[in-house]
Design a binder for this molecule. Structure first.
Ligand code: ZN
Length: 198
């Protein structure tokens, strides 16, 4: 192996860790290296090509917490840098289309499940809220900034606004209904609150 570049890649593989994809490069190296790309938020691992699956899994599980908090930090930083006012119209259009599609699908799913009916929805740049619901007209509004939060948090906001069609106030009944239709709603709410609505 004299003439082989010790760092050359032998094999590449993508591994799922919870809902995160880990890009693994097997190289002729001795140690394991882990990093989160500050631009793409991708999780990258360089591993010795001789490593066992078990050892690699243990390595990733041990660092699961670090991976999650680091990714969160990268995402937060990107959010801060991505002020919506500075968005080009083309980029904003794309975000709107993506969000419209996501919201529409969740509305279809949960209207059926919850036995409620909305009359339509609008995506707007909102200053302080993720969404709102007109309980008289059943029209829903969603913040464009939802285009930049995890999908399950978008799902949370959709279910939240649809729940208002059954229960207008944020009382115990409201939160019980939320938890019933979307188990884990409380945690999703916490996750959503880590993002800025502006
Ligand atoms: Zn509400």
């Amino acid at each position: 192996m004299k003439n082989v570049n010790p760092r050359s890649i032998v094999k590449k593989e993508d591994i799922a860790l919870d809902n995160i994809i880990v890009h693994v490069q097997y190289k002729k190296i001795k140690n394991l290296y882990l990093k989160v790309d500050v631009n793409t938020c991708e999780v990258k691992v360089s591993a010795p090509y001789t490593i066992s699956k078990k050892r690699l899994n243990e390595f990733l599980l041990d660092r699961r917490e670090w991976i999650n908090t680091t990714r969160q930090r990268v995402i937060d930083k990107q959010h801060k840098n991505n002020n919506f006012d500075k968005l080009g119209s083309e980029e904003e259009k794309k975000l709107r289309e993506y969000l419209k599609f996501e919201i529409k699908n969740y509305i279809i799913k949960y209207e059926k499940l919850m036995g409620v009916k909305s009359t339509g929805f609008t995506i707007r740049k909102m200053k302080t809220r993720w969404g709102s619901c007109n309980i008289r007209t059943h029209h829903l509004n969603f913040n464009l900034a939802l285009a930049r939060v995890p999908r399950e948090c978008v799902e949370y906001v959709v279910v939240h606004e649809l729940t208002h069609l059954i229960e207008p106030s944020h009382n115990k009944n409201f939160w019980n209904l939320m938890e019933h239709y979307l188990p884990g709603a409380k945690n999703l709410r916490k996750r959503l609150n880590e993002y800025s609505a502006i």
